[in-house]
Design a protein around this ligand. Structure first.
Ligand code: PNS
Length: 161
């Protein structure tokens, strides 16, 4: 039976750390659905469509991957797409508490869905979408930390200084 996993997140925007995790996941699972959360209550820098496009662009050469938007409970989406696992990245111990709570809550909601944690390459362990936005917003360089398409869009949003 093919193993299908969901990699959920805000991806606002996609970083090279996310991309590294996508590649690692594709080595483990037969199919990966990258699920971009849409949350009207949370203001994102990029729209759902922009966030999806950036992922699509950066993963164009990858096979067995699908990019989708989801709303509502993650476990409901996981069931809807027939996946058995949720992939999340752990960069450092500081990620652990929040991730542990989410994994256990998701297990409480739907016991059959397993959360699998993968570690990105250590070169990406300090990268987060929040910091990328902050640095790019003040005109700093994010070259090598995000895919080229994401860098271009950040420059378009913030302008170059
Ligand atoms: O990239 P992020 O912001 O860390 O991703 C968080 C995400 C999207 C995985 C999480 O907020 C989520 O699952 N949201 C959907 C709503 C939900 O299921 N909440 C309960 C999770 S325990």
């Amino acid at each position: 039976m093919a193993t299908r996993a969901v990699y959920p997140g805000s991806f606002d925007p996609l970083t090279n750390g996310h991309l590294d995790l996508i590649e690692r996941s594709l080595r483990i699972f037969d199919e990966l659905i990258v699920a971009v959360v849409t949350n009207p209550a949370k203001s994102a820098l990029f729209t759902d469509t922009e966030r999806m496009e950036m992922i699509r662009e950066a993963t164009r050469s990858f096979r067995h991957i699908e990019i989708m938007v989801f709303e509502g409970l993650l476990v409901d989406f996981v069931r809807k797409v027939g996946a058995g696992a949720i992939v999340r990245g752990l960069r450092a111990v500081s990620d652990f508490e929040y991730e542990f709570q989410m994994a256990l809550m998701n297990r409480k909601l739907r016991e059959e869905v397993e959360t699998v944690f993968l570690m990105p390459h250590e070169a990406y362990s300090y990268i987060s979408s929040r910091l990328i936005k902050e640095v790019a917003g003040y005109g700093g360089s994010v070259t090598g930390l995000v895919p080229p398409g994401v860098e271009r869009r950040l420059t378009e949003k913030f302008g170059r200084r």
